[in-house]
Design a protein around this ligand. Structure first.
Ligand SMILES: Nc1ncnc2c1ncn2[C@@H]1O[C@H](COP(=O)(O)OP(=O)(O)OP(=O)(O)O)[C@@H](O)[C@H]1O
Length: 328
């Protein structure tokens, strides 16, 4: 019997990037397999862009090994780039050209014959829901439309690997969901996707596997649900209670507890049996008249994993749970 293993599209070993004395990417290793959506998740300044720029050949590595399509990026940059699509963080569309012209100009970089370029451009306009804007000047587009055009433009060479750096930053929820839908469709049609993001919802929605990065280093890697299961379990019970009372709650909840976080007046208890734990605790809280200013039972998410690993939320907020969750 023969088994076929998925092909590795990107392989990074001890990949390092320094700017002078500062190490932005510190000995990172990961593998991206064919057909998956792989996430680089981390807060601002974690090193995601520096890492992605090495993968798409825009920035040389300082140390380590990096292959894309099984070829070393520094020796085969041209061949690799022909098979890649890149959506950089900054919007670098030509604002004075029309939507269609932006696609055609980009196609010319790949030396596509004009008839093929037009055919693909219209396919992309349909796919990205921009056909009615084909002749509009880019300056007239909304932020969401511009982002869809930037992503569409990166598809003109039918890339096998699409690399997106923070593809939905600055978009409203509707525009963000529209981008997510298109990325899922691309993945379903076989495109491998590498995505940097600081949005947990985005990572959970799109990524089959991810690495969580902070200060240039990998904190964790794996399948989002597995990471949640490993570190925090299924439920978080947030409680507003003064630090001197928190030990009592920890003691009462010990039989249910998978892990916990104490940040100032916030206590978060993680458990796979959240509702049972909350019932049990509430009986004891009522029995002893323990002053609890608020409480909320909710499903856990990747933010909890990040908090568990670093003691901070992904958006740099220490403590003040109620506030930080509302602000997201
Ligand atoms: N050209 C450069 N010269 C010096 N330092 C740099 C350079 N580029 C990035 N850095 C530093 O490297 C660190 C990582 O930056 P990077 O842009 O990779 O992070 P990031 O995770 O992509 O963050 P963001 O989401 O804000 O883009 C930051 O501290 C940044 O200031």
């Amino acid at each position: 019997m023969s088994y076929s293993l998925p092909t590795d599209i990107i392989s990074a070993r001890n990949l390092t990037k320094r700017f002078g004395d500062f190490t932005a990417v510190n000995a990172i290793s990961f593998t991206v397999r064919q057909g998956e959506c792989f996430g680089l998740l981390g807060p601002n300044g974690a090193g995601k862009t520096s890492l992605a720029r090495m993968v798409f050949g825009l920035s040389p590595r300082t140390e380590g090994r990096l292959t894309v399509f099984n070829q070393d990026i520094s020796d085969h940059s041209r061949e690799i780039k022909a098979r890649l699509g890149v959506v950089a963080q900054e919007d670098n569309l030509d604002p004075e050209l029309t939507v269609l012209e932006n696609l055609l100009v980009y196609a010319s970089y790949y030396r596509l014959p004009r008839s093929i370029a037009r055919e693909r451009a219209f396919e992309i306009l349909d796919f990205m829901d921009l056909r009615s804007k084909a002749n509009a000047v880019v300056d007239e587009l909304s932020g969401g439309m511009k982002r869809r055009l930037t992503i569409g433009r990166a598809l003109i060479n039918r890339p096998e690997l699409l690399i997106l750096d923070e593809p939905t930053t600055g978009l409203d929820p509707y525009a963000r969901h529209m981008v997510w839908q298109r990325l899922r469709q691309l993945k379903e049609s076989g495109t491998t996707v590498l995505l940097t993001t600081h949005y947990l919802e985005e990572a959970s929605h799109l990524c089959d596997r991810l690495i969580i990065i902070n200060q240039g280093k990998i904190l964790e890697q794996g399948v989002p649900e597995d990471l949640i299961d490993k570190h925090v379990g299924q439920y978080a019970l947030e409680l507003g209670v003064s630090p001197d009372m928190q030990n009592k709650l920890l003691h009462w909840s010990s039989e249910w507890l998978k892990s916990f976080q104490q940040i100032g007046d916030d206590l978060v208890l993680y458990s796979d049996n959240g509702p049972a734990m909350a019932d049990d605790l509430n009986q004891r809280i009522a029995g002893e008249h323990l002053p609890v200013s608020y409480q909320r039972l909710r499903p856990t998410n990747l933010e909890d994993v990040f908090l568990k690993l670093t003691g901070e939320t992904l958006h740099g907020v220490r403590g003040g749970f109620e506030k930080s969750y509302e602000e997201r």
